[in-house]
Ligand binder design. Structure first.
Ligand code: CP
Length: 313
């Protein structure tokens, strides 16, 4: 595997989940695969889980790891071609990328949507430049439109906890004070389309995700109706796609509370974290025995290790 930018690249999702389960049970079985290989993790944006879980995954595979936080200590990077670089940016990405590639064997990249240009974000301009110019295998640690390592961990978490052949899974928008990218919900919707599980997306009007990611999923603007009989509730905020990058609502009636969870079939609560308590979800729901946020985050090691393994073989 030379790139990993979308959950769809895993192919048969049942097989991919079985592979992940095997890696989880045998975390040190492939220590020789990464011997004398170096992973470079490049962060244009902050991270807690991705940073630690991907590093742990690489260590489990016997790799060395180096980390670059672009905003902390590196030269400020120009990303546009044709710009006269007479401002505060000292280095161009087009030199920086092959230099980074020369220091490693695999690159993990985090580069969020900037909300400056829908076209640039949805064309994954930064991620694609790393793929084109680094000369090394590149995987996404959350790019502008997708977060496939998160989705892989999410699907594994559902697989581990489902008691029904075809559980009802609800992705619900929830309020947040800032404009957040659509990468997590896009990717989750894309991943759910690879399963035969019952999937519903609930969001306020103006917040429909791009159809290329929802893949024909049922979309409702009535959260209560969506939550009825749910087995898993996956909460997430995202900014508007149609009014690109805008916060159109902070309607707290969409916060996932115990009253909302009472509409479900004793559903598990999921969120990728970090989460704003009492905006996205109430304290009691996230602290309840039905909250999967910690096992979900823990499975990020497994998803990263399974993907890294594929890139090393
Ligand atoms: N869920 C997730 O990707 O967390 P971080 O942003 O902390 O890496």
């Amino acid at each position: 595997m030379k790139t990993f930018t979308s959950i769809k690249q895993l192919g048969d999702i049942k097989q991919a989940l079985a592979e992940a389960a095997w890696v989880k049970d045998n975390p040190f079985a492939d220590q020789d695969l990464g011997r004398n290989k170096t992973l470079l993790m490049v962060f244009f944006n902050n991270s807690l889980r991705t940073r630690l879980s991907t590093q742990k995954a690489a260590l489990n595979l016997g790799m060395n790891v180096i980390v670059l936080d672009v905003a902390q200590g590196a030269w400020k990077l120009e990303t546009e071609r044709g710009v006269v670089m007479d401002g505060d940016k000292s280095e161009h990405l087009l030199e920086a990328i092959p230099v980074m590639g020369s220091y490693c064997d695999v690159i993990g990249l985090r580069s969020f949507a900037r909300f400056e240009s829908k076209e640039d974000d949805y064309n994954e301009v930064i991620l694609n430049q790393f793929i084109r110019y680094s000369g090394k295998p590149v995987f996404s640690m959350e790019a502008a439109t997708r977060h496939p390592l998160q989705t892989y961990a999410d699907l594994l978490t559902i697989e581990e906890h489902r008691t029904k052949e075809r559980p009802k899974v609800v992705l619900t928008w929830a309020p947040h004070p800032k404009a957040l990218p659509q990468a997590v919900p896009n990717s989750f919707a894309e991943g759910m389309s690879m399963t035969d599980w019952d999937f519903v997306i609930a969001n306020p009007e103006g917040y429909d995700l791009a159809p290329e990611f929802t893949c024909g999923a049922r979309i409702t603007h009535n959260q209560d109706e969506a939550l009825e009989g749910a087995d898993f509730v996956y909460a997430k905020n995202w900014a508007s796609y149609s009014s690109y990058g805008k916060v159109l609502s902070q309607d707290r009636s969409w916060t996932v509370t115990s009253e909302k969870m009472a509409l479900t079939d004793n559903a598990f609560f999921m969120h990728c974290l970090p989460v704003r308590r009492n905006m996205i979800v109430s304290d009691d729901v996230i602290e309840s025995s039905r909250s999967l946020v910690i096992p979900e985050a823990s499975n990020r090691v497994v998803s990263a290790q399974t993907v890294l393994k594929k890139m090393l073989i």
